[in-house]
Design a protein around this ligand. Sequence first.
Ligand SMILES: O=C(O)CCC(=O)C(=O)O
Ligand SMILES: [Fe+2]
Length: 705
Amino acid sequence: MCTFQIFDDLEQRCSSSILVGLSQQQPVGIGKEKEQHHSSMYHPVTVAVHTLEQEAAKEDEAGDDDSSITITPTSTEPADKIDRAYDATTLKGKPNGLFPRQIRTALILLGLFTDKNIYKEWLTVFYAVNSELETKLKSTDFEKSLGKDKDELMILEKLQQLGEKYYFAELYERDLQLLYGVSSRDELLKRVGSCLVDKPNGRKYQEVVKNMTTASDLAGALFCLWGVFIVGGGSMARQRALKMCGEGGVNVYQNVAGPGREKRKQHFIELWDGLAEAVDSTSTNMKQFTAVEQSSDLCMKLMNATIKDLIVVVALVAVAGQPNSSCMDGSVSVSSEDDGKNDVNDVYASRMDDQNHEDKEYIKVVQEALTFASRLKDNPHQFVITDTDDEGNNNIPVIDLSLNDEAVAQDIFDAATKWGFFQITNHGLDQHLIDEMFDVNRRFMALDDTTKTMYKFDRKAICGYEKATQVHPSSGIPDMKENFLMAARKDAMNDFWPTEVMPDFEVKSKQFIEKCHEVGIRVLHLLELKLGMVQGQITEYNTLWDDESKCVLRLLHYPATDHVIGSEDLDQNQWRSAPHTDFALLTLLFQKFGEEGLQCARRHHSKDVTESHPLGWQPVPAVDGAITVNIGDMLQRWSSDKLISNLHRVVMPMGEDATKSRYSMAFFLQPDDSTVIESEKYETVTALQMIQGRVRAYWPTADKE
Ligand SMILES: O=C(O)CCC(=O)C(=O)O
Ligand SMILES: [Fe+2]
């Protein structure tokens, strides 16, 4: 039985930015400290990638000098070209790139930055390994053991120079003393020792570094342990850690956060490239460099395995209620070959019976995460749709709006709470107008790129044309699509209407927007009714063409490929639209029959995810005469999670379908900027606050030239 969709979905949930809280009973609050409801000390379910995005956006605003935090190879030269040592090292790790990224995401998902205990354990294991590394770098005995090997000595010297700037171990210690609440180093080392008891891979990593005999090997270890901080997101991690630990607990980021990130990165890269420079003509530094490469490769693997340890421990703690309990006494083996999944599953099964309901939910979530983590290597299979249906009903509800309001409201509410998706017919929007708008879409997209880019997308205005620049966090790469956005705000479109090339564009679009708005408001009215709200509570703040209006019409085109393709030709991480949730209140989506590919997650409040009820993906077909409607994040929040803003995606077409384009149009009903979104569950935010973070996160490069 395939449970693949569980982690497929989980992955997308964890990176899908709305992240509704992994389980419904644990709300995701923006910047809120978690409350301790459970007997267990960990609360991994309260993770808000959403929050992280907002923080990233804030950081963006704060104007750090460089927003690129990924390790990007600086050239594409072959890995054996020694004068680009840094590239060679990073490129070598690239084929495995997806896995490390996902496993880190899994850890964040489990609470790395929202649960102090998980953070503490994470810091502890990396401290332990790092401290072995730094001890060696500073050891005169080690230096002596290198004898007269010039290359080795040169490498050691360079690492030591870097160390003078960065050495982390002491800083780690200060943070850990605070986190463990101990005042002496001896006491701290004891704690570190007990923390490592249930981290077999962490211990192995530590051991490997401890036994390194060459400077090139140490260089590999340093590359992994320090590169993450120096080149990677030190600033970002600091911000998150600061929230949990306060100023006294973020010493470790002291030298790697704040302005100057780009310089630090360059310096690190240069130093790295310098390691491969010949000391003299007789030098064998090529050999040395290969050793550095191999060592970083090994250390990267050990680091991932160490993260797996942490994930397993988090899961076990959730199962057993406390760390170091009987289920951890060696019954869990975690190695690179075996993820320890079976052992954990056994423990999971045996403990499941003892737990109260709330804990079961919680355990289930952790179990999903664990399964997810253990199978990440397989790559999410975007084309699998489970044929197991949750309730014998395979279709997204189709609701006839011409029936009486009460009945319609009930059907809409049911669909919105169960699927977050439904299709409406007899909605009052003339098919002729829809066809006309599709025609506008097709004609615009058929223009050449130079013409289209005259109306280039602007992320502040949320207007204009963009091609392959939207990156959903769930894939990390641009969607394969082009689209044109129209913000229905006063004067917003002045520079964007493509009137010169399509004189009818503005009039037709405005007319269409008007009609969509009417339909959207009607649906919202019915939902207000069912949510027990005062009529108008939500709808009142949805103006068109005012200063603060925020509704958007988006014309989408997913280009065809020029040949028939099979799954083996496809990058599994490539999507027409990667899994995401919409951030609006409501989306009205217009699809064309025969141009399929939209799917939403099968995810119910009420259903347990089990082997026989795996989470899966549900096709959302184009239904004759119907508009597809889905709930967005704002409405989910406003309704205190009663209505679901469900994940959805548009898959890459295969076979003959690959030669077909898909055109669709989405109208996003979004409340005016200053609208206050209040709910029983979440902090009050304004619509603008919600939107800003998302737009920045989704178009990371859109307004950078
Ligand atoms: O083209 C589609 O069907 C989906 C579009 C979508 O999900 C979006 O634009 O948010
Ligand atoms: Fe969407």
